[in-house]
Ligand binder design. Structure first.
Ligand code: LHQ
Length: 264
């Protein structure tokens, strides 16, 4: 894995790759370089068998403040680009996260606003610190949620909440985010790093190929009907049955010892 990025810190510990967006003076607002680099890391990590869990987080006091408005405003005023064209770059990142055959976790402390919030929602699971502030900031500047927000929000929190968050653009705290299902868990800031690490390491030691199949099953099911999902379940279970980790799981159970999954 390349680690010499301009706007990211990238560190691998065991099977966990932690990618830290690193523009703290701008609260990790996305510029083109950071977006390109993050997409490249996720796409590369998806193919790298030594990475079995990916964590995306932010440096300093924020997860991220959305699109860097200083550079973007200059560009739109000059009419050099349509916003929808620019958004396709974010969509590549959203697909990279979704299609990665391994768990991708967002670890959020401080503010997660605009498209940074929605990149967190694109991840498979979220851990928040109790100082987290989720803001669908778009309507504050007269925009609709982008970066997949219109897809992820109602699926995570339901229609009413999704519309309220998108229209009023009020802050949602980490604790409230946990209550409404926007994040998996919210922990005190002092425990945030250790909790994230333990959670990610646990996932990285799991049956990784099966996790990829679980991602496929769960994500396809929310856009599907029961007969189709049950058919898919059978296809994926056939694949899971063939994995070394399934054999190891059964053997470990019979031998009354913890399973040692290799991710194969
Ligand atoms: C920033 C930013 C920022 C640059 C803080 N840019 N500098 C839109 C357009 C096109 C295509 C793609 O899609 C998008 C999607 C979007 O993401 S739209 C939403 C964009 N984001 C926002 O509207 C949020 C703007 N930021 C804020 O409202 C506040 O900064 C928040 C609520 C995030 C944090 O507030 P505070 O904790 O009070 O921090 P602060 O406002 O003092 O910010 C600290 C510094 O970071 C400050 O710079 P300075 O030089 O004064 O210290 C800010 O200007 C800078 N900053 N967000 N997005």
């Amino acid at each position: 894995m390349r680690t010499d990025y301009q706007c990211l810190l990238v560190e691998q510990e065991g099977g966990v790759l932690t990618v830290t967006m690193n523009r703290p003076e701008k609260l990790n607002a996305f510029n083109d370089t950071m977006l390109e680099e993050l997409t490249e890391v996720v796409e590369t990590a998806a193919q790298d068998d030594s990475v079995r869990c990916l964590v995306i987080t932010g440096a300093g006091r924020a997860f991220g403040s959305g699109q860097d408005l200083t550079t973007f405003a200059a560009r739109t005023e000059a009419h050099t680009m349509k916003v929808s064209e620019h958004l396709t770059n974010y969509h590549r990142l959203v697909f990279a996260i979704r299609n990665a055959p391994k768990p991708v976790i967002a670890a959020i402390q401080g503010v997660a606003a605009g498209i940074s919030c929605n990149i967190a929602l694109a991840c498979d699971m979220r851990i928040a610190a109790d100082n987290a502030r989720f803001i669908e900031a778009f309507a504050r500047i007269g925009l609709v949620p982008d970066g997949g927000g219109g897809f992820f929000l109602p699926r995570l929190v339901g229609m009413g909440r999704a519309l309220e968050m998108s229209m009023l653009a009020d802050e949602v705290s980490g604790l409230e985010a946990e209550r409404i299902g926007l994040v998996n868990k919210c922990v005190p800031l002092a425990e945030f790093e250790s909790t994230t690490k333990a959670f990610a390491q646990r996932l990285a030691k799991g049956p990784t190929r099966t996790y990829a199949l679980i991602k496929e099953l769960i994500y396809k099911s929310v856009e599907s009907d029961l007969p189709t999902t049950l058919r898919l379940e059978g296809e994926l279970q056939d694949k899971a049955f063939e994995t070394a980790d399934h054999r190891e799981g059964v053997t470990a159970f019979l031998q009354k010892r913890p399973a040692q999954y290799t991710g194969h």
